[in-house]
Design a protein around this ligand. Structure first.
Ligand code: FE
Ligand code: ZN
Length: 487
């Protein structure tokens, strides 16, 4: 077999289709087919367009800049903070019935807009009209899941609502795919359903989650700078790994381990996804586990540690359930009074939770992830050891904290938890285990922790992964994992 036939076969074996022009381009440029195949898989592509191949060749041909200078220091910061995500001073929630109704209606309408992008959902009709339709035609509608049940005889039902009414949906036993989807449905999520009406029942043929489009184009930085992603520092806890955290800071100063110097000299941003400190009164008898029992002093100590971070690195701090702000999401940013020493640091930015930032043009959604507990508890496929899989469930639903009853949500007029804009990086913490994956072009990363295993985690059988720092290159989106704790 000739060399080019071999190449074609490789693509065929992977179920990928090439155009003859694309194949010619690959032949001319002597590209390695394995690399292209990997890239295509990463992007969930099966038809490799000419544009994709040409773009890939151009990327490969770019001369690699070899400089001896400190890259991050040479580059001005390009940090943008999306103020629309910040609820501080804008909270409208008073806990009134209307607040809840507005919240659910808004969430329904937002998600519906995404679902209606699907060709089969375009003719979706309101539930009250749906109920009056004839039996013999295919119909579709969008509803919020209010109940999910399985009867003794093994029939699976969903109760769905929209602003006009409610309807019971039967999941046919025959479709394996539909049954798998049923198992993965969370209460309160908004889905699209296609099927037929039969008396008062709707027989589902297909269920859609809003999800991410498969052809989403991600943003990359023109400069080769990186971001270190961390979370759950828990300053003030006896189990805070101060030595390990300090050696991380040393590395940022390029005083640390020489091996990792090429990684650290590119770091322009450090993003912390909440639980900056251990807090006080978070759980019963917490005081026994605190080395710093005063909340002000916990933040003071954090500020003194962060004051060592070189000025050319931007530090972005988001809130978590251990921080001294309201527990309900969206969380406001730390009070200027409590966090004064942090606000005094020129390169530190204190944000709420969630937050949307752009670093050198790369959009990053930061969310602490307190509702990961609810997702892991509800869905069989999600575990504490692979938090990135549970994080994908947020993206599929385009919503942070999808189950109202399993999260702590303040019903605000603006829905801060709705994932309208698709991020390039999605960063969570909270579960204290590190993990990452690609999902439809988005880098999904849980950063782990700088706290050693707690007795609570021991009781629960959770195995945290302390002292791991994922560093993402904002140009190539490649992730390097740096370890600061001997496991
Ligand atoms: Fe935590
Ligand atoms: Zn947490």
């Amino acid at each position: 077999m000739s060399n080019s036939q071999n190449k074609i076969k490789k693509f065929e074996d992977e179920g990928l289709i090439l155009t003859s022009r694309g194949l010619e381009k690959i032949r001319e440029s002597h590209l390695n087919p394995d690399e292209i195949i990997e890239k295509a898989k990463e992007k969930n592509m099966w038809l490799l367009s000419d544009e994709f191949i040409i773009e890939y060749i151009q990327l490969k041909d770019k001369p690699v800049k070899k400089t001896k200078k400190i890259v991050a220091k040479e580059n001005d910061s390009q940090l943008e903070i999306d103020e629309n995500f910040d609820v501080t001073g804008k909270s409208t929630c008073e806990g009134k019935i209307e607040d809840f109704l507005d919240y659910f209606n808004q969430r329904y309408e937002n998600t519906k807009k995404i679902l209606l992008n699907r060709p089969t959902m375009r003719s979706a009709i309101p539930i009250n009209i749906l109920k009056k339709q004839s039996k013999s035609i295919d119909l579709s509608f969008v509803g919020m899941v209010s109940d999910k049940r399985e009867s003794k005889r093994g029939f699976k039902f969903l109760d769905l609502e929209d602003p006009t009414g409610e309807i019971r949906v039967l999941i046919s036993k025959d479709s394996r795919e539909l049954n798998d989807l049923f198992d993965n449905i969370l209460l309160d999520e908004v889905i699209g359903v296609e099927g037929r009406i039969h008396n008062d029942l709707f027989i589902a043929k297909t269920i859609y989650q809003p999800d991410l489009p498969i052809n989403h184009k991600t943003n990359t930085s023109p400069e080769e700078v990186s971001a270190a992603l961390i979370s759950d520092i828990h300053v003030g806890s006896y189990l805070f790994l101060e030595k390990e955290f300090s050696s991380f800071i040393d590395c940022l100063k390029l005083n640390g381990n020489k091996e990792n110097k090429d990684i650290f000299e590119k770091i322009k941003y450090v993003v912390v996804a909440g639980d900056l400190v251990d807090g006080v009164g978070i759980y019963p008898n917490q005081e026994k586990e605190l080395s710093i029992p005063d909340i002000y002093k916990q933040y003071d100590f954090l500020a003194s540690l962060l004051s060592e971070v070189p000025d050319h690195i931007e530090v972005i701090l988001c809130m978590g359930n251990h921080d001294a702000v309201r527990l309900s999401e969206p969380q406001t940013r730390l009070d200027k009074d409590i966090g004064a020493p942090l606000y005094d640091l020129p390169n530190v930015h204190v944000l709420g939770n969630p937050a949307m930032i752009s670093m050198h043009g790369v959009k990053t959604l930061v969310y602490h992830g307190a509702s990961l507990d609810g997702i892991i508890g509800s869905l069989a496929r999600c575990t504490y050891s692979r938090p990135e899989i549970a994080m994908v469930e947020y993206l599929k639903r385009r919503y942070l904290a999808p189950s109202y009853g399993k999260a702590n949500i303040a019903p605000e007029k603006n829905d801060y938890l709705f994932i309208e804009e698709i991020p390039d990086i999605f960063h969570c913490g909270h579960v204290h285990t590190n993990g990452y994956m690609n999902y439809r072009g988005v880098k999904v990363i849980n950063s782990g922790t700088f706290q050693a295993r707690t007795s609570y985690q021991e009781e629960q059988g959770h195995m945290p992964t302390p002292g791991r720092v994922p560093v993402i290159n904002l140009q190539s989106h490649e992730v390097s994992m740096v370890h600061f704790y001997d496991e």
